[in-house]
Write a protein that binds this ligand. Structure first.
Ligand SMILES: Cc1ncc(COP(=O)(O)O)c(C=O)c1O
Length: 389
């Protein structure tokens, strides 16, 4: 199989598969032909080995209790060694139903109710709800944006929050939605700051595999171990989110024990039968597919930047170093959040609205480019129509 431009450009029709991105969205859409660029999954088939292995397992017509085996953990560690140079022992890996569960479990394991937890908006909405749902306090240290739309961390603000007693810092690396691939220097500085105050660093690395132009992703665990927990999943990389499986990496024995205690206390049972099959197949056999995907997505990113510059020059797209989620500021067009929503609905286009990522981002949209390139072009055409109507 060749995972080339034609393979990804063919895409696939997901309508009437009960998927959130197309079907749930269209249930409330003004126009029945609305195109979705919101929820973070992809309009591409997963690697064929995944489908093949799922079909083989499904053909055995009983689906009883199932346990993860050594080869499940080896599939995870093999992939992270090959792709990111990270060595993980089986004991350092804990299965989770999803990364959001991991965020909550990590917060509960490393802090107590009422504690401050640092996050950096704009950030994936469940970072905030994970803090509030666990009865901790959000301490927002917003990312700092420069004129070209690139963001950096506000280290003095993070240090001040820790000095003020915050007990954990939530990092999104690479960062959804601003597309930053944090450098080794930035990550080291963050870790040193967090460690100085004895706090815990919770690193969400679910987008680790979406890195462009030969740039290198740095796993937090390649820099430090004490009071660090990382969360990852094959789900984002290989489009398996409906199967619900993620992993937690932790080398700190005390923190790891606390995390496992929390998982046990919730009664969550990990190791979904089909998720194990799919994750094993994806991590063991998905490299060529993933390399082809990254090339295709890089082309989509460049095409979106070109089309925006040509058709909507006042929109500011943050440079996309990683992820397939483009962060675009439409403030120059002067519409309120409600006006933007109304215009998008009438133009038949659906983005993630900026408010999902923090209170101050109503003029922003997040544009998911993990779809055939013709949809990206049509998305820009509809975005322009919305802004000009
Ligand atoms: C940064 C980040 N973390 C977590 C998730 C969700 O992961 P899961 O479905 O495993 O909970 C997403 C999904 O978009 C995400 O972007």
């Amino acid at each position: 199989m060749r995972y080339d431009y034609e393979y990804f450009d063919a895409g696939l029709n997901r309508v009437a598969t009960r998927c959130e991105k197309w079907d749930t969205m269209r249930e409330s859409a003004v126009r029945p032909d609305t195109l979705p660029f919101w929820v973070a999954d992809m309009d591409f088939p997963s690697p064929p080995e995944v489908t093949r292995e799922l079909l083989v397992r499904a053909a055995h017509p009983t689906y009883g209790y199932t346990d993860p085996r050594q080869d499940d953990f080896e599939a995870v560690s093999g992939f992270w060694r090959r792709r990111h140079g990270l060595e993980l022992s089986q004991n350092e890996i804990t299965l989770l139903p999803c990364v959001i569960t991991g965020l909550k479990v990590a917060i509960r394991a490393s802090t107590t109710p009422g504690d401050g937890v640092v996050l950096m908006t704009p950030v994936y909405g469940p970072f905030m709800s994970s803090v509030t749902a666990t009865k901790r306090r959000i301490v927002d240290c917003p990312l700092v944006r420069s004129e070209d739309g690139r963001y950096r961390m506000d280290f003095p603000a993070i240090e001040a929050a820790l000095a003020d007693g915050a007990k954990a810092v939530m990092l999104c690396n690479p960062h959804n939605p601003v597309g930053r691939l944090w450098s080794r220097e930035e990550l080291s500085r963050l870790y040193e700051t967090v460690a100085r105050y004895g706090a815990t660093l919770i690193s969400d690395e679910i987008h680790a595999d979406f890195v462009y132009g030969g740039a290198e992703f740095h796993p937090m665990l390649s820099l430090a171990s004490a009071r660090v927990v990382s969360l990852a999943a094959a789900s984002k990389t290989f489009n398996l989110a409906g199967l619900h499986q993620a992993v937690c990496f932790c080398r700190d024995p005390e923190l790891r024990a606390a995390i496992r205690d929390e998982i046990n206390a919730t009664g969550v049972r990990c190791g979904n039968l089909f998720a194990l099959v799919a994750t094993r197949a994806a991590y063991n056999c998905g490299d060529a597919w993933l390399d082809g995907l990254l090339e295709y997505l890089q082309g989509n990113r460049d095409e979106l930047a070109r089309l925006l510059a040509e058709q909507l020059p006042r929109a500011v797209m943050s440079p996309l170093e990683a992820t397939y989620l483009c962060w675009i500021d439409l403030a120059a067009y002067g519409f309120s959040e409600a006006e933007l929503e109304d215009r998008f609905a009438k133009a038949g286009v659906c983005f993630s609205g900026g408010k999902f990522f923090g209170g101050h981002y109503a003029s922003f949209i997040r544009f998911n480019i993990a779809c055939p390139r013709r949809f990206v072009a049509e998305g820009v055409r509809r975005l322009r129509a919305a802004l000009e109507m």
